[in-house]
Design a protein around this ligand. Structure first.
Ligand code: SF4
Ligand code: SF4
Length: 394
């Protein structure tokens, strides 16, 4: 196992255990199977375990396994505040205390504001007193490092990053998302501030492994490196020194073994120009199934009317390269739940964006097409509800 340091010089295994997808048995977690997999990872050197308040049964299962095996003090627990449920300062304590009790511990090593998509959510937390609350928890040792997990666009990521003295952050990042969500711009900005970055969705929920197009799989199988699709996805991440921990939701012993093998070999700066060119070729195959040839470069931004052009096109493409549900999920996270409305319907067709698009995309024509797919009549009420509930906005 290779290790990289956190903000305070503490070594973290570059492979982190994502506890969202523990195997299920009946209505709960399959605790025996999960224990075998988790302990295999621990014995191979994994010391970072990431869970959250809302992952069903996950915190309790993790707490039980760590306690039964007497390894609580040998590992680092990351878990998350369900910030979207927080109403007042008292509820900060309520959720935190419940998490401590589920995890059978008296401290959280890495605590995250869960699933921020816009600075408006962080601003709202500040109004309920989260800054003082964090200071108190850190002073008492109940929280050792404070961070946030993020799913919005790179502009809002940079705002949140600059607004507080974070110890770490967590972003969705992989070779398909180099220019979407926080993106490489966010990764580098965090690193420039000395903030370690934890990576989630490194293999895009399987899209870069078993769900790869067949022609891409064949190309990989014939490549002289002899790497599996997981090798390509994970090694691309660890090649970047700005990446600290990569989370993998391991739910089989084979997956643990494969990930551990890669994490014991993958050093920063090991990728060659040929490796990068090969992944561009793979990406080209994935992208050939897309509806709009948008690369997410953001040269078209900002739009004077606030339309999130790359966010809308990325979600629209995901509907065709992955599934409708994935496209909608992405759209909700990056566009529909942005604090400032950024819908395609706000476009006044001024054409400013098209002058800057290196891909010559007819943006004014494609936006309404994307919106028709992303916002059919039955999705609109959900967007309204989401904005009201999560952002307290119309
Ligand atoms: S054409 Fe529409 S999307 Fe493009 S800059 Fe003008 S208002 Fe924004
Ligand atoms: S400039 Fe063109 S390719 Fe770049 S993000 Fe905007 S629409 Fe996409």
């Amino acid at each position: 196992m290779l290790y990289r340091n956190d903000k305070h010089g503490e070594p973290l295994s570059i492979l982190g255990y994502g506890c969202m997808r523990f195997s299920r048995k009946g209505a709960g977690v399959d605790i025996e199977k999960t224990e075998r997999e988790l302990m295999a990872a621990y014995r191979s050197g994994v010391n970072y375990f990431d869970t959250a308040y809302i992952y069903p049964g996950s915190e309790a299962a993790l707490g039980e396994i760590l306690e039964r095996n007497g390894i609580r003090d040998k590992v680092r627990i990351a878990t998350k505040l369900p910030q979207y449920l927080v109403r007042n300062k008292a509820s900060l304590d309520k959720y935190f205390d419940e998490e401590l009790s589920r995890l059978r511990t008296d401290r959280i090593d890495y605590y995250l504001m869960h699933h921020l998509t816009d600075i408006a959510q962080w601003e709202r937390l500040k109004t309920v007193g989260v800054i003082d609350w964090i200071a108190g928890k850190k002073a008492s040792g109940a929280i050792r490092n404070i961070g946030f997990s993020y799913h919005g666009n790179s502009d809002n990521f940079l705002k949140i990053l600059a607004d507080y003295d974070w110890d770490f952050c967590q972003i969705q990042y992989n070779y398909m998302d180099e220019t979407t969500q926080a993106g490489v711009a966010g990764l580098k900005a965090a690193a420039a501030r000395g903030i370690p970055v934890v990576i989630m969705e490194p293999l895009r929920g399987g899209k870069l492994v078993n769900k790869l197009p067949e022609d891409a799989k064949k190309l990989m199988a014939g490549h002289h490196r002899g790497w599996s699709p997981a090798d390509w996805g994970l090694r691309w991440l660890w090649d970047q020194p700005e990446v600290t921990v990569v989370l993998s939701g391991m739910n089989s012993i084979e997956m643990v073994e494969e990930n551990v093998r890669i994490a014991s070999e993958a050093t920063a700066g090991a990728f060659t120009d040929d490796d990068r060119a090969f992944l561009r070729q793979i990406l080209g195959i994935i992208r050939s199934k897309e509806k709009v040839g948008c690369t997410g470069c953001r040269y078209c931004m900002p739009c004077p009317k606030g339309v999130d052009i790359p966010g809308i096109f990325a979600s629209y493409n995901t509907m065709y390269t992955e599934s409708k549900v994935s496209g909608w999920a992405q759209y909700f996270q990056a566009v529909a739940l942005a604090g400032e409305p950024s819908f395609a319907s706000q476009c006044i067709k001024c054409g400013k964006c098209e002058q800057h698009c290196p891909q010559s995309i007819p943006i004014r024509e494609k936006l309404p097409e994307a919106e028709r797919a992303l916002l059919p009549w039955y999705i609109k009420p959900l967007v309204k509800l989401g904005r009201k509930f999560l952002l307290r906005k119309k």
